[in-house]
Ligand binder design. Structure first.
Ligand code: ADP
Length: 369
């Protein structure tokens, strides 16, 4: 196992494009780190700099405290799994798994033993004689993962390894990769644009946007304490609802739904932002529908009109119009409302977020940890 240090890492491509800005991160031994963000935000570039496939324009990269900027991919002790499985099409599963070890000159009987144990971990024992084209997408991806873990390296890098699989296979492979990580204990960096993968697999998540790290934290941290609107909107599905409004006398008048902010914000905050535009945020799953036999306490009441109802089985997404502002509410399927009806819902004070509209940074409220 290895610990990794990224100090002020930058990538400027030869064409002048600045793809990664001042990336700082300390990755502990055995940690499972996920880089997440929209396409083009610099995740793969950062991973490739760690792998030694791309040179680092500025900054220091250390493995176990030793500078590794100049080390080649082989010297770094990393194994990488790519989105395209990159299997050798004319070789059997056995030979694909064995290939790296054969190149290293490992003895045949050791290779056989390692291929067999790796195949057993990945459920590939019955497929060792097959060619890649005779396998399903999920099985091919398993071979690709197998080729990486068979090398018993300290650092395991994965770039969108599940994106060619269907939804069901992705869920299965997600837990398999987590399981393999637990068994091998290798320090792992996993790149994805999928926030669900990030949330379910990571010890810590690094959220990136436009080449900049936005926040580093545990899944819990990012969900409950997002540092800005980007993270708040990126983590969570459906995303957090945002409503822009101006604070007047400590109150947000969201289309005549008055939100008295003194319940959630300290007086210093109200004074600082008086007269300014802010963004009010709440998660779809934080709301409760209000019906006659339910007393609303410590929560804001909101009125809206139902525009669309998506029954998903375990819950229902209700698309509503809060007098001109679109939001999504996630409700119990038994409470699914009718389209075009008026609806009243509540948002507990503890589930309210507020952002500075100009900087998009989160404003600390009484509930902020
Ligand atoms: P991600 O993995 O987050 O989708 P990438 O790291 O692949 O993003 O790319 C980050 C940015 O760098 C993108 O805007 C991409 O177009 C640009 N980029 C990637 N490779 C090169 C290259 N070889 N030359 C110039 N720009 C590049």
């Amino acid at each position: 196992m290895a610990y990794l240090t990224l100090k002020g890492i930058n990538k400027i491509y030869p064409n002048g494009y600045h793809a990664v800005h001042d990336f700082n991160l300390q990755i502990e031994k055995g940690e499972f780190i996920v880089f997440v963000g929209s396409s083009g935000c610099g995740k793969s570039t950062t991973l490739r700099m760690i792998a030694g496939l791309e040179n680092i324009s500025k900054g220091d990269f250390l493995i176990d405290g030793q500078r590794a900027n100049e080390k080649g991919p082989r010297e770094r002790g990393v194994a990488m799994v790519f989105q395209s499985y990159a299997l050798y099409p004319h070789m059997t599963v056995y030979d694909n798994l064995a290939f790296g070890l054969t190149l290293q000159g490992v003895d045949d009987d050791v290779i056989e033993q390692r291929v067999n144990s790796t195949a057993a971990i990945l459920g590939l024992t019955d497929y060792l004689d097959r060619l890649p084209r005779e396998l399903s997408g999920g099985q091919r991806q398993r071979v690709a993962v197998g080729r990486a873990i068979i090398r018993k390296v300290d650092i395991f890098l994965m770039d969108e390894p599940l994106s060619n699989l269907d939804a069901k296979q992705r869920v299965t492979m997600r837990s398999e990769i987590t399981q393999i990580h637990r068994e091998t204990g290798a320090t792992t960096i996993y790149v994805t644009h999928d926030q669900t993968e990030a949330m379910t697999m990571a010890d810590r998540i690094v959220v990136m946007k436009d080449g900049y790290v936005q926040q580093v934290g545990t899944p819990y941290d990012l969900y409950f304490n997002p540092t800005n609107m980007f993270v708040a909107g990126f983590i969570g599905e459906p995303p957090m609802n945002f409503i822009e409004s101006r604070i007047e006398n400590g109150i947000l008048n969201i289309s005549n739904n008055p939100i008295d902010l003194s319940y959630v914000a300290d007086s210093e905050v109200l004074e600082k932002y008086e007269g300014k535009e802010v963004v009010f945020g709440f998660r779809p799953e934080a709301v409760r529908l209000i019906n006659s036999n339910y007393e609303v306490g410590n929560a804001y009441k909101m009125n809206c009109v139902v525009e669309l109802v998506e029954l998903l089985g375990d819950n229902t997404n209700v698309y509503v119009d809060i007098y001109g502002v679109n939001s999504i509410l996630k409700v119990d399927p038994h409470e699914s409302p009718e389209i075009n009806t008026a609806l009243e819902f509540s948002i507990p004070y503890g589930s309210v977020y507020l952002f500075d509209k100009e900087t998009e940074k989160r404003i600390k409220l009484k509930n902020t940890k």
